[in-house]
Write a protein that binds this ligand. Structure first.
Ligand SMILES: *Cc1c(COP(=O)(O)O)cnc(C)c1O
Length: 408
């Protein structure tokens, strides 16, 4: 961590209820606001502008902490890091429809193989700064894996609850990295209830999606990083596989902050929330013109990371999507699996199912006309495709017999 100096200015002024806007002091442990909604972190943006330049940022090591002035950790010694590297933007011209360029932002390169590392790295660093010693969360897999790794790294005890059909590799990586993990015969919201109701008996801190203020700040680095990578002129459209929506909310927050300090002057990207047709509460609310998204019954999809039947930040997702001129859309599991295969066989890019959902949505919305073939588009691949099932291989070769090469 040679890039992080022990003494550095930090710029957090206070926290704010995302719905009501009432204010909460910084440097204290907070969960939800009084209204039971997510808290968002506010900064002295003019002071950030005066303290750092784009050029200075660019000269720092290529990791998430390059943006430290925009982040909440006060003491560098509290940073719990596993190497949160800048992730590549991979052009995928064979998947592109027209003249508008198409990229995959490959978040699978992060520690624990998913972008959950960004949010959990920040949440655990802040938990450490604020004296937390025990944390708990519900997860569909990747968040729990990141929590296990970062909590262990930071000397914090962790408890993780996952639906019993969570991919086995996720359950195992959670256990392997030092968390206590249970498979629960329900969905993520049932697991969330166990965490919430266990607070008194277990005295743990609930680190569920958006139930503490700092995961958004970690995910915000995706927006800062994109702006930086695109030389502060963002692409036309960002397609984001949306579960709890932390990343979409975080990126939109990053863009607002950058706009406010004048580092971005061009129009902001249209934010597209992508869900699966088997679990599409945000899409339903978007289509109905609602500000909140009621629980989606019988949620199912192969893209387990976006199987979130109820999102506590629903209104923040919907506001960002609408304010950006974007939209919300759902794709079928068949389309997700076909897109996954297409990206792998045409471009050598192994997407996770959630990432593949954004490609399927891109294709679907080119047809519908909601995306234009001359628009530049970024697809988010949120986790390494290696964590997910792949098609079986059945071909064998007998090395004791002559090989008929004409049949290969
Ligand atoms: C968590 C997760 C998502 C959804 O991210 P949110 O920011 O919570 O909406 C998408 N894809 C994968 C692979 C995930 O692990």
């Amino acid at each position: 961590m040679n890039n992080i100096t022990a003494k550095r200015p930090t710029f957090v002024t206070h926290l704010e209820c995302g719905l009501e806007g009432d204010s909460y002091p910084a440097d204290q442990l907070h969960g939800l606001s009084k209204a039971g909604k997510p808290l968002v972190v506010r900064y002295d943006l003019p002071a950030i502008k005066a303290a750092v330049t784009k050029e200075e940022l660019a000269s720092r090591p290529a990791d998430m902490w390059r943006y430290r002035e925009f982040l909440p950790v006060r003491q560098a010694t509290n940073i719990v890091s596993l190497g949160e590297t800048v992730t590549p933007l991979i052009p995928v011209p064979k998947l592109q429809a027209g003249t508008g360029q198409l990229w995959v932002k490959d978040e699978g390169r992060l520690p624990t193989g998913s972008f959950k590392a960004r949010g959990i790295c920040m949440a655990i660093s802040m938990a450490k700064e604020l004296g937390v010693t025990k944390v708990a969360m519900p997860t569909n897999g990747n968040a729990g894996a990141a929590l296990a790794a970062y909590a262990t790294r930071g000397g914090i005890e962790s408890y993780v609850f996952c639906p019993d059909d969570t991919p086995e590799i996720n359950v195992r990586e959670i256990a392997a990295q030092g968390a206590k993990v249970w498979k629960v015969n329900g969905l993520i919201n049932d697991c969330g209830r166990i965490v919430g109701e266990g607070k008194e008996a277990m005295n743990w801190f609930d680190i569920s999606t958006l139930k503490e203020p700092y995961r958004i700040e970690g995910k915000k680095t995706m927006g800062l990083e994109l702006a930086d990578q695109f030389d502060w002129k963002l692409p036309d459209v960002i397609m984001y596989p949306t579960g709890g929506g932390t990343g979409l909310i975080g990126m939109w927050k990053a863009f607002q902050e950058l706009k406010e300090i004048g580092w971005i002057t061009d129009p902001l990207p249209r934010m597209v929330a992508v869900q699966a047709t088997g679990c599409a509460p945000i899409v339903k609310a978007y289509d109905a013109g609602e500000e909140h998204a009621p629980l989606w019954e019988n949620a199912h999809t192969v893209a387990s990371g976006i199987r979130v039947p109820a999102a506590i930040g629903d209104f923040l997702i919907l506001r960002a999507v609408r304010a950006s001129g974007g939209f919300a859309t759902a794709v079928t599991d068949d389309a997700i699996l076909a897109a996954q295969q297409e990206a792998a066989t045409s471009e050598g890019v192994l997407l996770c199912p959630e990432g593949a959902a954004t490609l399927a949505a891109y294709q679907q919305e080119l047809t519908s006309g909601r995306i234009n073939a001359n628009e530049s588009v970024v697809l988010f691949n949120c986790a390494t495709g290696l964590k997910y099932p792949m098609p079986e291989v059945t071909q064998t070769l007998d090395c004791t017999q002559p090989v008929d090469y004409s049949r290969l």
